[in-house]
Every structure is written in C-alpha cells, then in structure tokens.
Design a protein around this ligand. Structure first.
Ligand SMILES: NC(=O)c1ccc[n+]([C@@H]2O[C@H](COP(=O)([O-])OP(=O)(O)OC[C@H]3O[C@@H](n4cnc5c(N)ncnc54)[C@H](O)[C@@H]3O)[C@@H](O)[C@H]2O)c1
Length: 298
C-alpha cells in the first residue's frame, strides 16, 4: 500500500532523547499529530523542557507565534504505552539508543503492534538499514531516514536497502521537505550516510590527536574553529551529539585509534559527563569555554 503525504495523520517517534524530541517537535510544527514513545518516563520531562526552549528560540526569531506554539504543543502526545503509541500510526521514525540488538528488539515489538499501513523509518546514525530490516517484519516497507540536528542542521538522509520499495524514496523526499529539511539520497548503503561519513573522519582525527597527546582538547577545537571560522570544534560537536552515542559508534570500529578514542570517551561517560544533554561533557554548559569571545585567541 503506497502512501502520500496527505495520508499521514499520525506520526510516531520512538525515543524521546536528543534526536527523538527534535524530530517529534518538527513533526508537530509541520502539522502532524505526533506521539513520542519512550520506556523511560523521565525522558519526557527533559524533552518537554528542551522543546520549549527550541520553540521560544523560534518565537524570538519571529518564525512562530504564541498561538502556533500552543497548537504545536497540543499536537504532541507522550506515552510509555507501546500499544497506544502504535495504534493507527501512519509514519514511524525510530530514535532509540544506538545499539543494534536494542533496535532489533524495539523493531520486532513495533513490527507486531503497528497496523499494516505504517511506514517504518530509522534515524540510526551508523547502522545500515539491511542490519535492521528483517527485525521490522516488513523489510520492504523500511528505510533509513536520518536527521542531523533538525533545527540548526536541517539535512535528512534517505538510505534504502536492497528490498525497500521504490516509491518510498519519493515519499521520503516529500516528507523531508514537509519537515523543513533538505533531503539527500544515499545511492548505496554506507555507514554514516554522506555528512556523518565525512564528520567521522574529522572526529576520528581529533580523537587520535588527543589520545596520542599531540594537542589538548581546547587547542584541537581552537585550530578547527580558527581556520574554518566555525562556531565549535570536533569536541564541541561530540558534546552536542552525546558522548554515549559517540561511544556506541566508536567502540564498534575495530582499529586501534578508534578503540583508544572509545576508551577516552568511556572515562567521561563513567563520570556521567555525556555532553550538552546533562550539562557537561568535554565542556560545561550552558556556557562552554569555546563560546567565550577570547577562546580563539587562547
Ligand atoms: N545525537 C545525535 O546528534 C544524533 C543525530 C542523528 C541521529 N541520531 C540517532 O538517533 C538515535 C537516538 O540518539 P539520541 O542521541 O537521541 O540518544 P539519547 O540517548 O539521547 O536517547 C535515546 C532514547 O531512547 C530511549 N530508549 C532506550 N530504549 C528504549 C526502548 N526499548 N523503547 C523506547 N525508547 C527507548 C531512551 O530512554 C532515550 O530517551 C540513535 O540511533 C542515534 O544514532 C543521533
């Protein structure tokens, strides 16, 4: 059964973390009734707070009115009830923790709960759709649909696997535009899609420079920011991504440099320093050192 955008009434987001809360918010802003499912009720409190901050930021820039904010909030539902979440869902984007076994379990659960019409997509950063497809119980109706930050960086990757039905690519191009993203098509399965593939090379090099003790975290960031006039360097990016998410990805790379970097990330994770989402990672938030006007000068 093919879908068109006009058929999409209910969007279901699995996972209310860093990315799930943002994709859900953009979905509600784009006019869809949106349900966010998570196993951890506490995640909702944090998600609502961050969503509110994003909405206030959009309001400040006169991109949304008070009335629209109220309407967006009314379109968002948070639940820990999987059955209620799946009920009548038209479009699903999964944003649970970056762990293949966990994702397979969640997909098997929702593959059983969702109606036949539901189109399944995953926001995984590095897993290939062919690694997950069978677990969904409807591989031909499954595709990776990967966001970056949704609001600041609004590019979405569309990466099908061998048996994804062709119409889904066109549908996701339209869905991406409807969600205010620039859709890009990944012609063949590639870990990291397009942008993250390039970003991984940068982050990996930054990690190696630190673990080989060539430069300090601040100098590595300072070097990138000063040369490219960027707002943050690789370690600032890692804080934004989440050190736990970065560890899941890095620890799965077999080479020595990645393993050394994963071990470094683990020392921060063990101290609870997961990045922006908890207020501390390589830097302290909300006022990280790299945002000081004198940071580049050193
Ligand atoms: N952080 C990023 O910058 C970024 C960017 C693009 C894509 N992604 C991808 O999005 C996904 C989520 O990443 P994140 O950074 O939002 O992680 P996160 O740790 O911030 O959030 C993950 C959420 O998943 C929930 N969860 C865990 N098990 C669950 C289950 N069985 N059922 C429902 N919910 C469950 C957790 O409670 C948590 O709220 C990952 O696949 C990641 O690769 C992340």
């Amino acid at each position: 059964m093919k879908l068109e955008i006009k058929d999409i009434n209910k969007v279901l987001i699995l996972g209310a973390g860093t990315l799930g809360l943002r994709v859900a918010l953009q979905s509600a802003i784009s006019g869809f009734e949106t349900t966010i499912y998570d196993i951890n009720e506490k995640a909702f409190e944090a998600a609502i707070k961050i969503q509110d901050g994003i909405l206030r930021g959009l309001q400040k820039r006169e991109l949304i009115t008070e009335e629209e904010i109220e309407a967006v909030k009314a379109r968002l539902t948070f639940t820990t009830d999987a059955k209620a979440a799946a009920d009548d869902a038209d479009f699903l984007n999964e944003s649970v923790t970056e762990n293949l076994e966990l994702k397979k379990q969640v997909w098997a659960q929702f593959g059983g709960l969702c109606p036949e019409k539901t189109l399944f997509t995953s926001n995984t950063s590095y897993l290939l759709p062919s690694q997950i497809a069978e677990a969904t119980c409807r591989p031909e109706r499954f595709c990776n649909f990967h966001f970056h930050d949704v609001f600041y960086a609004n590019v979405v990757d569309i990466m099908p696997h061998d048996t994804t039905e062709d119409w889904i690519n066109d549908f996701l191009f339209e869905m991406g535009r409807k969600l205010n993203q620039t859709p890009v098509f990944v012609k063949k399965e590639n870990p990291g899609y397009i942008f993250n593939y390039m970003l991984m090379a940068l982050i990996g090099a930054a990690g190696a420079l630190k673990t080989m003790d060539v430069g300090s975290i601040e100098d590595i960031d300072r070097s990138w920011m000063g040369n490219f006039k960027m707002e943050m360097g690789p370690f600032g990016v890692l804080d934004t991504v989440g050190l736990d998410t970065a560890w899941h990805i890095t620890s799965n790379q077999p080479d020595k440099k990645s393993q050394a970097f994963a071990a470094l990330l683990k020392t921060y994770i063990d101290e609870g320093k997961l990045g922006v989402k908890v207020g501390e990672g390589f830097y302290k938030y909300p006022n990280p050192r790299y945002k000081d006007p004198d940071f580049i000068q050193g």
